[in-house]
Design a protein around this ligand. Structure first.
Ligand code: SF4
Ligand code: SF4
Length: 69
């Protein structure tokens, strides 16, 4: 599944990752942290490549995490 690390999201902008999700699984209420509908998520991991607030848990392993904080 994809976990949202809300504590790392500044929650002050519209999430640009939403439009990259091919299944419409990501939603956002106002400027809050995005949410994922697990029933729509196909674990394509496009979101995890765009922003590290989206963290794969038990899926999407593609080698070392090259993202920086
Ligand atoms: S999840 Fe990432 S891209 Fe989306 S609103 Fe939060 S910081 Fe911005
Ligand atoms: S893993 Fe893919 S389908 Fe799931 S929320 Fe992220 S972009 Fe959407």
């Amino acid at each position: 599944m994809i976990k949202i690390r809300a504590e790392y999201c500044p929650q002050n902008h519209r999430c640009p990752v939403i439009r990259h999700c091919p299944t419409g699984a990501i939603t956002q209420k106002d400027f809050g942290p995005p949410e994922i509908d697990d029933s729509k998520c196909t674990l394509c991991c496009k979101c995890t490549q765009k922003c590290s607030v989206f963290m794969p848990v038990g899926c999407c392993e593609k080698g070392p995490d090259s993202r920086r904080w």
